[in-house]
Design a protein around this ligand. Structure first.
Ligand SMILES: [Zn+2]
Length: 385
């Protein structure tokens, strides 16, 4: 149909560009429909020539790569690229994608083969508790400050948005004002991403095992008082960075159940506090230990993660589970009793963590907590193995 479209007056602009990006776009559409019919993705959405991120994908027939200079189809001169880093030795790109973001910046992405060297083995394990006062708190007691980039630029952004709202629709001044808003958004996003990259790379380099909590950001931002701060902290982005970097560098990332009461458990005796409002920053357990809320949570996350790896249970709940409400962690223990655990001794605490990987289940999307009896039984070890 592409050739027919090119002849129409409405779509004549398709003739102005190389045919390869157009064909690639159709391929992307085909991929999107294939994913939809495989139930891997939602129905494809329409992309707007004006509003969507503009991008064009070039295959080797439509670009020339010579002496580190890139020339695209229909261009006489090589592109004047500001390189973010060199290409791997002796590699030529197999696909080139040119895109322009909302802030008017042009990007060239080059796809090429690269071998990633895993980091040297390390014996460290760390539990990571994501928060707002501190971006992350580690089980080692270290706290990483939350830079709150959005707050730093909030006034500037508000002013730019007010100016944009006052401009007439379709006017050149409106376009300029929109660009200004987009640039501030880009500045916030760039700094946030930079900070997260540095943090996640450091965590992955220093530790062999990383344990994080499975947070439902989508539900948490429904709390209007915290939505802005939670979005700015970008926990989801941090998690995906940890996921792929752990994979690259040969580290283990353990994601523990979101219903695990990491804040309420005492990390030294295993007692479960009844409630733990967000305002409580430090508390004293019945056993006498004084806990920093976040450090205690990070320690519990680490302990739970190590228990999960020891049992070899499903450590990564499928992404589907949150949407469809299917079992994320298979229940293998038939003698489960429903209830919230109350624990006193250290032994029981360990047994409880042990249960975590065999006896927790979701029923529909509302989670209910099932746990087996505390005393280890032969059935227990069977289920675990
Ligand atoms: Zn205690």
């Amino acid at each position: 149909m592409l050739t027919t479209w090119k002849r129409t007056e409405e779509l004549a602009f398709l003739n102005e560009v190389s045919s390869v990006p157009l064909q690639q776009t159709l391929r992307h559409l085909q991929g999107a429909f294939a994913a939809f019919f495989d139930r891997r993705a939602r129905y494809p959405r329409f992309k707007s020539k004006r509003k969507s991120r503009a991008s064009a994908e070039f295959t080797p027939s439509a670009f020339r790569w010579r002496d580190g200079r890139l020339t695209l189809a229909k261009m006489a001169e090589p592109l004047n690229v500001v390189w973010s880093r060199p290409l791997p030795d002796g590699q030529a790109p197999s696909t080139v994608t040119v895109s322009r973001d909302a802030a008017g910046r042009w990007w060239v992405s080059l796809l090429c083969e690269d071998a990633i060297e895993p980091f040297p083995a390390s014996g460290n394990a760390v539990g990571v508790d994501a928060g707002l006062n501190h971006l992350v708190t580690l089980s080692t007691g270290e706290k990483v400050a939350n830079p709150r980039h959005e707050r730093a630029d909030r006034d500037r952004l508000a002013r730019a948005q007010r100016e944009l709202a006052r401009k007439d629709k379709g006017s050149a001044n409106r376009a300029k004002a929109r660009l200004k808003v987009a640039r501030i958004h880009a500045r916030i996003a760039d700094r946030r991403r930079d900070h997260l990259h540095k943090l996640t790379t450091r965590l992955v380099r220093e530790n062999q095992t990383l344990v994080i909590e499975d947070l439902t950001v989508r539900n948490m931002v429904k709390n209007h008082a915290l939505a802005r701060a939670i979005s700015d902290a970008a926990w989801r982005e941090m998690r995906s960075m940890l996921e792929y970097k752990a994979d690259w560098y040969g580290r283990d990332l353990v994601v523990i159940d979101r219903w695990y009461p990491s804040s309420k458990l005492c990390s030294s005796c295993g007692a479960l506090a009844e409630k733990m409002p967000l305002s409580v920053r430090a508390w004293r357990c019945r056993c006498g230990t004084v806990h920093d809320r976040d450090v205690n949570a990070a320690r519990n996350i680490l302990a739970a993660g190590l228990a999960v790896t020891a049992c070899g249970a499903a450590v990564r709940p499928q992404r589907e589970s949150s949407r469809t409400g299917q079992l994320a962690v298979k229940q293998e223990h038939p003698r489960a009793t429903k209830g919230i655990p109350t624990l006193q001794g250290r032994e029981k605490c360990q047994s409880y963590l042990y249960d975590l990987c065999v006896g927790w289940t979701y029923s529909n999307s509302r989670a209910s907590l099932w746990r087996t009896g505390c005393a280890p039984s032969p059935a227990h070890s069977q289920a675990a193995t």
